[in-house]
Design a protein around this ligand. Structure first.
Ligand SMILES: O=P(O)(O)OC[C@H]1O[C@H](OP(=O)(O)OP(=O)(O)O)[C@H](O)[C@@H]1O
Ligand SMILES: O=c1cc[nH]c(=O)[nH]1
Ligand SMILES: [Mg+2]
Length: 209
């Protein structure tokens, strides 16, 4: 079974509590998603491989360590996932960015895929699949299906707020995928929204409602 982790760092929890507030402006919401994305990247990148490198400090020669040049790709699920990309790129600027466009049909809550644009060597890359919200799990499952269809298997799913229903669904569909969330909320309401959640992340991020 996959690794499922709630990242409880105090900075993440503090910023997430501000993000949830109904009176937060679009500008603040965008800045907070960016910052939390960066803080989540710190945790998710914890096991990236290192290699020895010989360097000279002003004082002495030493064997230091650097990232082993593992190829990375950040893949946001549009639209809301876009909000997390820049924060992660601040820490890992050489990462490539792929996009998976998807929206939930409001009646059926079934995800509809409308765009897949990925680096050509996606199968060789460690992928951070990002979306602030994991509700029924339908969108994440379809995005992972889409990546696996293209032979990408090294995937970590990074999300801010998750419902237990979504975690269970993703773990059942894709037991090999590690999941990192900033919060595990209580339940989904009758409209498929996470409770207490933060509302519609895409609309809050882009000011579309
Ligand atoms: O787990 P699920 O039940 O599939 O729901 C989660 C999805 O819903 C939201 O996207 P939405 O459909 O609102 O699209 P948007 O990002 O364009 O607003 C969210 O960003 C996830 O992608
Ligand atoms: O609560 C939810 C559920 C799905 N998508 C969102 O943006 N918010
Ligand atoms: Mg939305």
């Amino acid at each position: 079974m996959s690794n499922f982790q709630v990242v409880k760092h105090p900075l993440i929890q503090h910023k997430l509590s501000i993000l949830r507030r109904a009176d937060v402006s679009t500008k603040e919401f965008r800045e907070l998603v960016d910052e939390i994305g960066m803080l989540m990247a710190y945790e998710v990148s914890r096991d990236l491989p290192l290699q020895d490198v010989e360097i000279d400090t002003p004082v002495a020669h030493m064997t230091a360590q650097e990232l082993a040049g593992k190829k990375l790709a950040i893949v946001p699920i549009l639209r809301a996932g876009i909000g997390m990309v820049d924060g992660i790129l601040k820490l890992i600027p050489a990462a490539r960015v792929g996009h998976i466009g998807m929206y939930r049909d409001e009646e059926t809550l079934t995800p509809v895929e409308y765009l897949v644009k990925l680096p050509t060597d996606i199968a060789e890359r460690q992928i951070f699949l990002v979306d602030p919200m994991l509700a029924t799990g339908g969108s994440a499952i379809l995005a992972i299906d889409s990546l696996k269809k293209r032979n990408a298997n090294n995937i970590k799913f990074v999300c801010l707020v998750a419902a237990p229903e979504g975690i269970k669904a993703v773990q059942e569909a894709h037991p090999d995928i590690d999941i990192y969330v900033a919060a595990l909320d209580d339940h989904l309401n009758e409209h498929g929204y996470i409770v207490p959640g933060l509302g519609d992340a895409g609309d809050r991020l882009f000011g579309t409602k």
